[in-house]
Design a binder for this molecule. Structure first.
Ligand code: UD2
Length: 329
């Protein structure tokens, strides 16, 4: 798979100091592109920028995506922008339940404004961080892109706000190619394990490395679709770096990004214990309120249109995450 297609460009990455955003910046720099990173450190962390902060082709702006004229200001300073990778968002589901208005303002409204600005400025590709939360709670798996629609009952303002923005990005007509990547459960190095709402893999790996028991919420038979962060970065690059003008209509759209496989939480816990060479030390607590039961992506569309497929299997991805956690702990 060629992830460096097209010319060397200037790319804007919002949410550059986040878990996925920082990996994306690193990859774009390694491919030779110039990267203008934006983050207001609401949930992003300065240490995520550490490995590339002083790179000669990396420029950082501590700003919010809700600022009017943000892209225009960046273009004035850094020249024409080829692609905008818009990952900055309120990422916490519980926070979105407490502050729905702010969530719509940041996750939907700011996206619409950035999108309009990008189009006016002649940006070629706009890639948005969608979410599996856009599907609400569905019975039938795997989920195909059309399963999120106006009939969906979202479980949080986060899910609805992401859905509204995804639809706007994907239905853009004109010279701008808009792609929303509906990512399932992303995991890997740099994912913060510190809150009860952190991704289950970062929490389990953190606990296992610290030789503490892993706590499963509920019976552990709920399933998720785990996708390694470098595979997600592959998808961003395939969507954002293409330069085939005839391809805009074909490529614009919403695409699931997952492994296409269901893993139960109890099997995940056992695998992590095995990979960290410790006896199974697993406890069961009450089910987490609002949890969905199952979530698996159908990845046929992204495989067909963007020629993307996941390359890192769960065992390999977990091993890399464990190595990172050991090194940073
Ligand atoms: C993911 C997203 C969330 C939202 C949601 C929409 C992450 C980190 N979270 O939540 O932002 O988009 O999807 O559907 O990607 N669990 C345990 N023990 C723990 C932690 C979690 O058993 O210590 C369980 C948890 O109850 C759930 C499963 O593991 O059943 C996955 O939890 P999660 O928070 O990693 O992800 P999810 O899919 O609930």
């Amino acid at each position: 798979m060629d992830k460096g297609q097209g010319p060397l460009t200037t790319c804007v990455v919002t949410g550059a100091a986040g878990f996925v955003g920082s990996h994306l910046c690193e990859r774009l720099l390694s491919l030779g592109h110039t990267v203008v990173g934006v983050d207001n450190f609401f949930s992003g962390r300065p240490e995520n920028l550490k490995t590339f902060a002083s790179h000669p082709r990396f420029f950082f702006h501590e700003r919010s995506v809700t600022e009017t004229g943000l892209l225009t200001a960046l273009k004035d300073q850094h020249g024409p922008v080829f692609a905008v990778f818009h990952l900055a968002a309120i990422v916490s589901v519980p926070y979105s339940l407490e502050r729905p208005e702010e969530t719509f303002l940041v996750n939907t409204q700011a996206t619409l404004l950035l999108l309009e600005e990008a189009e006016v400025l002649g940006v070629r590709n706009f890639v948005f961080a969608g979410s599996a939360a856009e599907y609400g709670d569905r019975d039938r798996m795997p989920l195909t892109e059309a399963d999120a629609n106006e009939e969906t009952r979202w479980l949080s303002p986060y899910g609805e706000a992401k859905y509204r923005a995804s639809v706007a990005v994907a239905s853009r007509r004109g010279s701008l190619c808009g792609v929303s990547l509906r990512c399932f459960n992303i995991y890997g190095p740099r994912q913060d394990p510190s809150s009860p709402y952190s991704g289950v893999i970062s929490r389990f790996v953190n606990m296992a490395v610290a030789q503490r028991p892993l706590t499963i919420f509920g019976d552990g038979l709920q399933t998720r679709d785990f996708v390694f962060v470098s595979d997600v970065v592959d998808a961003y690059c395939l969507a954002g770096l293409r330069d085939d003008k005839d391809d805009i209509k074909r490529t614009s759209g919403v695409f699931n990004v997952g492994s296409g496989r269901a893993t139960s939480i109890v099997n995940l816990a056992r695998l992590i214990c095995r990979l960290t060479h410790r006896p199974e030390s697993i406890t069961f607590g009450p089910e987490r309120p609002g949890d969905i039961r199952h979530s698996t992506a159908n990845i046929e569309a992204i495989t067909r249109v963007l020629q993307w497929k996941p390359r890192i299997g769960l065992k390999d991805g977990l091993t890399r995450t464990i190595q990172w956690m050991r090194g940073s702990g």
